[in-house]
Write a protein that binds this ligand. Structure first.
Ligand code: NOJ
Length: 513
């Protein structure tokens, strides 16, 4: 029945390659995930979002999909995926999969056929092929991963790829593409997935005559999601979450109209520096754009594309932007962890959905010293090494033991884990009441019992302290330099670090009732 469970859900993001390896090849897989489901149930999450699990040459960690209706053999089989969905359901955990509509893989049948069929063919019409201008590409657009956005094929035509050359963009003005994705949606909804994360959701339509890159947020894209919504509405209580990095919140909110996407990732909050005024402004902006249209906000501190919070908040400049990852900048990880703990309780207290990226609950830092030759993110090579990319937040999880592979599996992990992660394993944190893992477990349980979607009321507070009420509890986050006294209360429900003689220390959060 339609209880709209997703409005206040806590959703855990599994980057399958790096979660747990069941077959000893150094790559995480479905067998590994199935074995760890009890851990996730204990953590207190409502759903799992899996990054793309389809067959892929892995030019971009699986976001180059070669077959949208199958599972990559490195991860398992379709039968295993179905078994996983059922087992998760039995533990009351729902499943969200990742659909990539903007681009496929250059190894996908459609693209192979398009190359073979040649210029002017209907096969080429599924992608964005154009003749060049003289010897050069059709226009000067740059790819989001650096370098030109066009690649030339043997017969002289060029195809568009907003990301890597291995990720040719689909032509969304072709009804065949529209139909194909409708069919893919039904394929997975019929297999019991509860939600769909839409990759690069705002960039499907391009205005190629524009000399500047013109692909983000063209109005035509809304009709696509209206069509998708008509499909999801024929099923029970499924939902979409859109991935849109868009500065304009008014435009962002258009995607959340009642006949389009149910939710979208809120990246504004994640990008803001650790400053009271900034965070409050982000919370207010988010609520003011979501509440009037009845869409639940979402709160995200990290994902597989951004710097890990413990590292980000340990820097002098605590903001985040893709253009400047601040790789290798001096970091105080003790301070970063303290702030990440405070941020976690703050995010958990806000109304709407919550996303937790695997390893966030362990307080893993960004791994910034991976050797060049092991880096796999296409951003690294395409930027000529000036941007080290996103591998540092994708290192396989440490589960147990004193040395790598820390219980990840029997093989050598596809990216090496730092030796000092022995203090960050699930095993070493599990029974430690002061660990990040215990904080997430307790916070998520309380959140589930007391909160969800709804509204908040700001309360008066000292400078640089954020204080708001949610139903029965009050959340206080102290971003000032000194300890502050808490508003009068009956009980302290949880704190990110111990109180100091009843006062809330700097860079800490408390929930009181
Ligand atoms: C967003 C995904 O999160 C990212 O990992 C990927 O590289 C791009 N979209 C392209 O699919």
């Amino acid at each position: 029945m339609a209880d709209e469970w997703w409005r206040g859900a806590a959703i855990y993001q599994v980057y399958l390659r790096s979660f747990a390896d069941g077959d000893g090849d150094g790559i995480g897989d479905l067998a590994g995930l199935r074995a760890k489901l009890p851990y996730l149930a204990e953590l207190g999450i409502d759903a799992i979002w899996l990054n793309p699990w389809y067959p892929s040459p892995m030019a971009d960690g699986g976001y180059d999909v070669a077959d949208y209706r199958a599972i990559d053999p490195a991860f398992g089989t379709l039968a295993e995926a179905e078994a996983y969905i059922a087992e998760a359901h039995a533990l009351n955990i729902r499943t969200i999969i990742d659909i990539v509509p903007n681009h496929g893989s250059d190894q996908q049948d459609w693209f192979v056929q398009a190359l073979r069929a040649g210029p002017g063919s209907p096969e080429r019409e599924r992608f964005v092929f154009r003749p060049g201008r003289g010897d050069g590409p059709p226009n000067d657009w740059q790819s989001i991963f650096n370098g030109p956005a066009w690649t030339q094929v043997a017969d002289g035509e060029w195809y568009l790829h907003l990301f890597a050359p291995e990720q040719p963009d689909f032509n969304w003005r072709n009804p065949e593409v529209v139909e194909e994705f409708h069919d893919i949606l039904r394929f997975w909804l019929d297999r019991g997935v509860d939600g769909i994360r839409i990759d690069s959701a705002a960039v499907l339509f391009k205005d190629l005559d524009s000399q500047e890159e013109s692909y983000t947020d063209h109005d035509e894209v809304h009709e696509v999601y209206r069509g998708w919504r008509r499909i999801s509405d024929t099923y029970d209580d499924r939902f979409f979450v859109g991935e849109m990095w868009m500065p304009d919140q008014e435009r962002f909110a258009l995607y959340l109209r009642p006949d389009e996407l149910h939710t979208a990732f809120n990246f504004d909050f994640l990008s803001r520096p650790w400053e009271a005024a900034e965070l409050r402004a982000s919370i207010d902006l988010t609520l003011s754009t979501h509440v009037p249209i009845g869409a639940p906000p979402t709160w995200v501190l990290s994902n597989h594309d951004v710097t890990r919070p413990v590292t980000k908040y340990g820097r002098q400049d605590t903001s985040f932007s893709h253009q400047d990852r601040k790789h290798g900048m001096r970091t105080d990880l003790v301070l970063g962890e303290r702030r990440a703990r405070a941020a976690a309780l703050l995010a958990m207290a806000l109304p709407g959905g919550l996303y937790v990226y695997q390893g966030e609950e362990l307080g893993l830092p960004e791994v910034e010293d991976l050797p060049d030759e092991l880096l796999q993110d296409p951003i690294f090579t395409r930027s000529q090494g000036t941007d080290r990319g996103r591998d540092g937040c994708r290192v396989p999880l440490p589960w147990s033991g004193k040395e790598p592979p820390f219980g990840f599996g029997d093989g050598t992990p596809w990216l090496p884990q730092p030796a000092d992660w022995k203090n960050l394993t699930v095993e070493s944190q599990y029974d430690d009441q002061n660990s990040m893992l215990s904080l997430y477990r307790s916070g998520l349980k309380l959140r589930r019992a007391l909160l969800g979607d709804g509204s908040l009321t700001w309360l008066d507070a000292p400078a640089d302290v954020l204080t708001f009420r949610r139903e029965t509890l009050t959340c206080v986050t102290n971003l000032s330099a000194d300890a502050v006294s808490l508003p009068s209360h009956e009980e302290v429900l949880i704190t990110s670090i111990p109180l100091d003689e009843g006062r809330l220390p700097s860079d800490a959060t408390a929930w009181i009732s």
